[in-house]
Design a protein around this ligand. Structure first.
Ligand code: ATP
Ligand code: MG
Length: 378
């Protein structure tokens, strides 16, 4: 059954991903209710209604059930029990199972291994006694990653030997971790896709991603990576979505290592590496989320132009002052997206811009030059 414009959609989480979903949904004539405890929620500001309450607040959940035709999420750390409670009364897309697996790194890696998807070699650490055996299975250099609530490289420790492992484990509070082999990277790529309730899947063009300090810096599309590998990544991403019986928009990040693909991680939501779709594909990943959640036919994902997406972190706000936007806005094919965040902090994602050009190399050159100009205070 299609949920048509005029209906109200519930969004769990109110950050930038929820905000861009809200814009897409409201453009299409839907109302959006956002649940997020942050009074300055970027999505809450643009929503029809902002429920400023904890994710398990009984009154807020009742309000969602009473007003919404379907529920979606932008934040993988929503407790699965809440998704299950809501699902008793209305469609929740993605569902509790897919979110439960992907919100927990060890659960996710185990799911990938059990389903035959390649990952970097890993071992799970649950207790002190697991530390030494883990380092035997996964010799240094390795990376210790906390299972829950990590993002943008937070909750990760580089491990060159046993002392690092012990210190990292203590610093992460003795919480469950994955010890992952550090693999040589030829490149990183990602696939954003949408899967509808009837199992139809549509993928967006593969993005080539480069990270700085564990945070995505730029996404380059089309990816300058072997076409066969890109096709393999697309096939694997679809395989993962099928195995999760996923409904909604999902992203899969891959390492290209020694000419082969390894799955890095799965995001049960639109993804930062898919922000280029706001300006460069026929349908954006956020419109696609609306379509998948509402049971509408999925949109065309054709690439209209080569594009480079550049993230802007709070580091560009010197002394709290925003960068000189004129330097960016003077270019007719550069598109600015700001998230309306209350406060700039180093490492915090404040916005991004998309550079369109006839050739991906020209887009990258202009992207780098603008990035340089924005980072120089004057
Ligand atoms: P996000 O959720 O924001 O993507 P995250 O905190 O979950 O980030 P990861 O994706 O695990 O972090 O790692 C961030 C980056 O660190 C990767 O994109 C990659 O550049 C590098 N990295 C992570 N794991 C490995 C590894 N095993 N070998 C080599 N590089 C790695
Ligand atoms: Mg990642």
């Amino acid at each position: 059954m299609m949920i048509l414009p005029g209906a109200t959609l519930g969004m769990l989480g109110g950050g930038q991903l929820g905000r861009m979903f809200t814009v897409a949904a409201r453009n299409m004539g839907y109302e959006v209710v956002v649940l997020d405890p942050d009074p300055h929620s970027p999505a809450g500001k643009l929503a029809t209604e902002h429920l400023c309450a904890a994710y398990d607040d009984a009154a807020a959940l009742t309000r969602l059930e009473q007003t919404c035709a379907a529920i979606t999420t932008e934040f993988e750390n929503i407790p699965a029990a809440i998704l299950e409670t809501l699902a008793a009364n209305l469609p929740v897309r993605p569902g509790a199972r897919a979110v439960t697996i992907t919100q927990d790194r060890s659960h996710e890696k185990t799911f990938l291994r059990d389903n035959g998807f390649p990952t970097a070699p890993f071992a799970i650490i649950r207790a002190d006694a697991d530390l030494t055996p883990a380092l035997t299975t996964i010799p240094a250099p390795a990376i210790l990653k906390v299972s829950r609530f990590g993002y943008d490289g937070k909750g990760q420790y580089s491990v060159a030997g046993e002392p690092d492992l012990k210190n990292g484990w203590a610093a992460l509070g003795g919480n469950e971790c994955v010890l992952e082999q550090r693999v040589p990277l030829d490149a990183e790529i990602s696939v954003v896709l949408a899967r509808s309730a009837n199992g139809e899947t549509v993928t967006f063009p593969v993005g080539e991603n480069s990270h700085v300090n564990g945070i995505l810096d730029v996404s380059i599309v089309p990816a300058r990576v072997d076409a066969k590998l890109c096709q393999q990544a697309v096939d694997m991403a679809i395989g993962i979505a099928d195995a999760l019986e996923y409904v909604g928009v999902m992203a899969v990040e891959f390492f290209v290592s020694g000419g082969k693909l390894l799955v890095n991680e799965i995001a049960p939501r639109p993804h930062n590496s898919g922000h280029y779709t706001l300006d460069a594909t026929a349908t954006s990943q956020f419109e696609q989320q609306v379509r998948a959640v509402c049971g509408l036919p999925l949109g065309d994902t054709r690439l209209l132009s080569p594009v480079v997406m550049v993230n802007m972190l709070g580091d560009l706000w010197h002394g709290g002052r925003p960068p000189k936007w004129e330097k960016l806005l003077s270019h007719p094919n550069v598109k600015l997206h700001l998230y309306g965040k209350h406060e700039a902090r180093p490492g915090r994602k404040m916005g991004h811009f998309n550079v369109l050009a006839d050739k991906v190399e020209s887009a990258l050159d202009l992207a780098r030059s603008i990035q340089q100009q924005l980072s120089t205070p004057d």
